[in-house]
Ligand binder design. Structure first.
Ligand SMILES: [Zn+2]
Ligand SMILES: [Zn+2]
Length: 431
């Protein structure tokens, strides 16, 4: 289940330890969603297991090839710019070859992945099922039924509605073994916090900046966050709360937004009639254009990368906006403290800080805010979910150590009989 890359490591060090499992008899790879930390090494996994099918939801089926081709491009750029000689870890040709083994399935349908393998594994039908996880387009949790035991893997999950995506549909899931994400385990719930209040605060910030003819940069990941923000802007324009005007987006954001529009009938989402590419005037911003674009007259930018990674249009634009107090950079997602985005979030107005290696020391005079529009479940909701699933064993993953430790402590207090495992790389665990 999943074949990603570590988001904070480079080169082969970012890969799962496939050599530890290469002798295993693998029937299929099932993936939860198309974020890089979950699918970035699918072609590498398939080089170990060349005959395996890759199972995913229908929406993911239309996204995965694009995501992997983009990864090849990013790795080629990193090889040239950062001298990471191991890159690319796979080629465009390889991705093309892999694509013939991708299979898309509807959610909430039992999937049989081959009678022969199933007989060998002693599994009874139905054996695998995707359940909508509400986290990103196409995202799902994976339910596995074995002969005598069941396992549920949450993938990344969101238990609240977003602007487009509806909350996860994990109601009624019970399993012997639960593999769970813990991303927000170290975040305290803010008293009185509501998503709507956060959206109102974001709306007011955009209105304020546009009214003074400043520009707004919203750094956003291309898949998921970009479509959520575009949908929000479309609704605000429809309601007359912000002026109708072009929105500048990145090329990859545009690709995923088009796929999202075309495949909206495959997903259970809010505002099904909203077609972002039709209802909004989306302008793809090339890196070369950026330098000549005047930052006057109130422009809207929704650009990758969400963490303002060096070499991206969002990084370069943020750098141009930084010194000008009319402009605003509005964060709507997580940025690791060790990234330019994270350092900008931590910056104080008028105090110099090192933004990135390329930009060096800069001083921020522009407006900057951080909005909590997370696409991950908050920790209380996940803890309640553990109670619902009522597993014998829980494996905690996808979070930093403090986040995982918080869950371990809370689960132990609430459900002392559940065995809790913090899996470590390279070690087998008995469940
Ligand atoms: Zn994700
Ligand atoms: Zn993830």
């Amino acid at each position: 289940m999943d074949a990603g890359m570590h988001p904070k490591l480079d080169g082969r060090a970012a890969l799962p330890l496939y050599s530890e499992v290469e002798r295993e008899d693998l029937d299929a790879i099932a993936i939860t969603h198309c974020h890089h930390d979950h699918v970035g090494s699918v072609p590498v996994a398939m080089s170990y297991f060349p005959k395996t099918s890759v199972l995913m939801t229908k929406v993911s089926y239309f996204l995965l090839g694009r995501v992997l081709h983009n990864s090849v491009n990013v790795m080629l750029r990193q090889r040239d710019e950062q001298g990471i000689k191991e890159y690319p870890l796979y080629s465009h040709d390889q991705v093309e070859g892999n694509e013939t083994q991708f299979q898309g399935f509807k959610c909430n349908r039992p999937i049989e992945w081959g009678a022969l393998q199933k007989a060998r594994a002693g599994l009874r039908s139905p054996d695998l099922e995707f359940l909508d996880a509400g986290h990103a387009p196409g995202s799902a949790g994976i339910f596995l039924r074995g002969k005598s035991q069941t396992l549920f893997y949450t993938g990344d999950v969101c238990f609240h509605d977003q602007t487009l995506l509806r909350a996860a549909q994990f109601g009624g899931v019970q399993a012997d073994i639960l593999i769970m994400e813990t991303t927000r385990g170290d975040r305290l719930a803010q008293p009185g916090f509501t998503r709507q209040a956060e959206i109102d605060r974001l709306t007011e910030a955009i209105q304020r900046v546009l009214a003074r003819r400043g520009c707004v940069l919203i750094p956003a990941f291309a898949l998921g966050r970009t479509q959520e923000i575009l949908a929000l802007l479309a609704l605000l324009m429809d309601a007359g709360r912000i002026p109708r005007q072009p929105i500048y987006i990145g090329g990859l954001g545009r690709v995923f937004t088009e796929i999202h529009d075309q495949k909206s009938h495959l997903a259970d989402r809010q505002h099904p009639d909203l077609k972002l590419t039709r209802d909004l005037q989306l302008m793809v911003l090339e890196k070369e254009q950026l330098q000549n674009l005047k930052l006057t007259g109130g422009r809207l930018f929704v650009l990758t990368a969400g963490m303002l990674t060096e070499g991206t249009p969002a990084h370069d634009l943020a750098l141009r906006m930084m010194g000008d107090e009319r402009q605003a950079i509005l964060f709507v997602g997580y940025a690791d403290p060790a990234t330019p985005g994270g350092r900008l979030k931590a910056s104080k107005p008028g105090e110099p800080f090192v933004f990135s290696a390329a930009a060096g020391e800069v001083t921020r005079h522009c407006e900057m805010h951080d909005f909590n529009l997370t696409a991950h479940a908050n920790r209380e909701a996940l803890l309640d979910f553990v109670g619902q699933v009522s597993p014998r064993t829980v494996l905690l993953g996808h979070g930093e150590l403090p986040a995982r430790l918080w869950f371990e402590e809370q689960i132990r207090a609430r459900h002392p009989k559940i065995k809790i495992i913090q899996p470590a790389p390279g070690l087998s665990v008995e469940v």
